[in-house]
Design a protein around this ligand. Structure first.
Ligand code: PEP
Length: 263
């Protein structure tokens, strides 16, 4: 179902009316985690002024440490819905448990399935039945074939509105949080008709890597970019070191606007 075979053209997935794929280079931005209404609204305004078409923000956070901030849960979803009403930006937010899919889908415009859950098959199937587009992040140790097979689980349940997201993989390299596998973008695009976007924030793990990695993602033909932004990264409850602030975001917006015409 997700294979390029039998599909003449590559797919465009619409999220609250915003296209991902085709001629479009879609910018998705927002806080890693929803913390407060003020922080989420400020991040959304930053995102919108930089030309982002969709707002990202986690209310359910799958953290490595059980002692780290786990997200606000449904209270976070309500904040996202309020910020959508205020800014007009459709929401992309993560769901980590099959039992929460219906609840999260009630607020979200697009469900995100994170790297740690790429092969949580019950979650994939539930997301496939939720009636909302799904962004499927590549498992940090998954091959491209395993990633596409995970997408197939969603598609099998009748949902072909799937966007693949390369977010870096585990290698021996320690200089970056994960190794951004840019070759996965054209490879996945050759094998599948689904749009492929890149997350330079969770791959690099450092603010000063986000711009160069975004430029590289655009050059390699990614259909979109998803980045973390935060009004005060030094106080962020999750992944502050990788969050962009105002001036970085303006530069990123320029790259998103001008680079596709050059490559
Ligand atoms: C995220 O985007 O909030 C996230 C946790 O990403 P990943 O699953 O890629 O680590």
């Amino acid at each position: 179902l997700v294979s390029r075979e039998n599909h003449v053209s590559r797919s465009v997935v619409r999220v609250g009316g915003v296209p991902i794929g085709g001629e479009h280079m879609t910018l998705i931005a927002g806080p890693c985690a929803v913390e407060t209404p003020e922080q989420t609204l400020a991040a959304a305004r930053m995102a919108r002024s930089a030309g982002a078409a969709l707002l990202r923000g986690g209310a359910y956070k799958p953290r490595t440490s059980p002692y780290a901030f786990q997200g606000l849960g449904e209270a976070g979803l309500r904040i996202l819905a309020d910020v959508r009403a205020e800014t007009g930006l459709p929401i992309v937010t993560e769901v980590v448990d099959a039992g929460d899919v219906e609840l999260v889908a009630g607020y979200a415009d697009m469900l995100q399935i994170g790297t740690r859950n790429m092969q949580n098959f019950a979650l994939l199937q539930a997301a496939g039945e939720a009636g909302k587009p799904v962004m499927l992040k590549r498992g940090m140790s998954a091959t491209i074939e395993e990633w596409l097979m995970a997408a197939e689980y969603i598609a099998q349940r009748g949902n072909l509105d799937i966007v693949l997201c390369e977010r870096g993989i585990r290698t021996f390299e320690k200089a970056t949080r994960n190794t951004l596998d840019l070759s996965a973008v054209p490879v996945a695009q050759q094998l599948s008709h689904l749009p492929v976007i890149v997350d330079p924030s969770h791959s690099g793990g450092k603010r000063d890597l986000v711009l160069p990695l975004s430029r590289a993602a655009i050059a390699v033909g990614a259909d979109g970019i998803i980045v973390d932004v935060h009004p005060t990264p030094e106080t962020a409850l999750c992944d502050g070191p990788q969050a962009l602030v105002g001036e970085d975001l303006a530069e990123l917006a320029d790259a998103v606007r001008t680079l596709p015409a050059l490559v």
